[in-house]
Design a protein around this ligand. Structure first.
Ligand SMILES: [Zn+2]
Length: 190
């Protein structure tokens, strides 16, 4: 990955981190993602599952594969003291969705210049953390599936980061650490 792309991704991640939004309210997040996709001339549809985005990279008639990231933040108070800490009270990217979204934009940039035979759908999924007042009590994942956008896909891949950041649940007094997953990062990393 070249230095220019790395710098772009660090900047995107920090912007996302500073302006976290809860499930189905990811309007600014969607705007930022859509802007980045436009800059890269990648076709995409907005408003999927309310605030989600599905972008498509198609090269040839081969099979369709889905890469997915989640967009929403958690109702938590950030206490990292980082220069790019959340600017919003009691809302924080404490679960790494800012990183997941950034990684998917990075993958889009890299895949765009690679040869492959098929279609890659890049799914930016809203409301992963729950149903967040959805009138039908549906999560973002459920709504994306119901949108029909992923019809015919052979496989779907997602990745999670692990996050250890000083934070507090919105209604808790004890510091907390977000649990588990496949890899680990630190609040101080880009
Ligand atoms: Zn999460």
């Amino acid at each position: 990955m070249n230095k220019e792309l790395i710098d772009q991704l660090i900047s995107i991640r920090r912007q996302l981190h500073q302006f976290p939004e809860l499930g189905y309210q990811e309007y600014k997040t969607a705007e930022l993602i859509s802007g980045e996709l436009k800059k890269r001339r990648i076709d995409h549809k907005t408003g999927i599952a309310k605030t989600g985005i599905v972008a498509t990279l198609k090269k040839g008639e081969g099979p369709c594969v889905v890469l997915r990231a989640d967009m929403d933040a958690l109702p938590m108070q950030e206490e990292t003291g980082l220069p790019f800490a959340s600017t919003r009270e009691h809302v924080m990217h404490a679960c790494g969705h800012d990183v997941h979204t950034t990684m998917l934009l990075g993958a889009a940039s890299l895949l765009q210049t690679k040869d492959f035979n098929g279609t890659i759908k890049l799914v930016f999924q809203p409301s992963e953390e729950g149903t967040n007042n959805d009138p039908e009590n549906k999560s973002g994942g459920q709504r994306v599936m119901e949108s029909g956008e992923l019809e015919g896909a052979r496989a779907a891949v997602a990745r999670r980061t692990r996050w250890r950041a000083p934070s507090r649940a919105a209604n808790a007094t004890m510091p907390t650490t977000i649990p588990a997953s496949t890899s680990e990062r630190n609040a101080a990393t880009p």
